[in-house]
Design a protein around this ligand. Structure first.
Ligand code: SAM
Length: 244
């Protein structure tokens, strides 16, 4: 049936593609893709040939009206290069506009590196904050980390190999020496999870920047930080009594 189908695709092993995802791609009239070469490989794996339309950060505003028009009488599938579309990937404006236009939107859920990394890290999962990619430049990165520091939740961040050591060191500076995990190459041949404090992990990866795709998971602020907040509350209360 016509509409927009958000289709999650593998982040590593192509066999992670769900049967419903494969069926949805096979039934689509057109597939909106980030990179047609990447999606062509996935379609080859399931023996499907489909028209593809590039939809990425640089052409999204121009292509969106055409995709919306095609959803009115056809099935449009949206995929990204890997994982769940819209998660540090294009798509939210397409969903927003489809909803505003009354076009049916459905999702075929599947892998996302953020959630997969959480399952591997051995850190609390009851509350987590997905922070996407940190800014590349030092100043902006420090500011972003300072904003994350008081949040009482496990933090999940995407990072690239060459920037990993600098990011871990900046996290150590801004958050203190919290427990953390570096999760690499999930569901690929060289999947690896390294756990330790931010300082230890920063030292480890400063020696040799790792290859591949990476998720950083950082534990929530510990007891000491919580006490710090209690101290601030007490100080505020005291200041208030002096003011009144
Ligand atoms: N939409 C994707 C998802 O749902 O996971 C994320 C897209 S984002 C542009 C790409 C980043 O996701 C990579 O730089 C890396 O941080 C992370 N990532 C993707 N695949 C991964 C994998 N197999 N192992 C570890 N991290 C991965």
């Amino acid at each position: 049936p016509p509409g927009l189908y958000i289709v999650a695709t593998p982040i590593g092993n192509l066999s992670d593609l769900s049967p419903r995802a494969a069926a949805t791609l096979a039934a689509a009239d057109v597939i909106a893709v980030e990179d047609s070469r990447v999606t062509a490989k996935l379609l080859g794996h399931i023996g499907v040939r489909k028209p593809m339309l590039a939809y990425h950060d640089h052409n999204a505003d121009r292509v969106r009206p055409e995709l919306l028009a095609r959803m009115r009488d056809g099935a449009v599938a949206l995929v990204s290069d890997a994982g769940t579309p819209l998660i540090s990937d294009p798509g939210y404006k397409l969903v927003r506009d489809a909803r505003e236009a009354g076009i049916p939107v459905t999702t075929i859920p599947g892998p996302s590196a953020a959630v997969a990394a959480l399952t591997l890290a051995g850190l609390p999962t009851d509350r987590f904050l997905f922070a996407g990619f940190l800014p590349a430049k030092g100043g902006a990165r420090a500011t972003a980390i300072a904003e994350l520091a008081p949040i009482r939740a496990t933090l999940v961040l995407y990072e690239s190999g060459p920037r990993l050591a600098a990011a871990l060191e900046a996290l150590h500076q801004g958050l203190g020496d919290r427990p953390a995990a570096v999760v690499r190459e999930i569901s690929k041949k060289f999947e690896e999870t390294a756990t330790g404090s931010l300082a230890k992990l920063a030292a480890r990866y400063a020696e040799a920047p790792p290859k591949g795709e990476i998720v950083i998971v950082v534990g929530p602020p510990g007891e000491a930080a919580a006490a710090g907040e209690a101290d601030i509350d007490a100080a505020l209360r005291e200041a208030m009594t002096r003011l009144s």
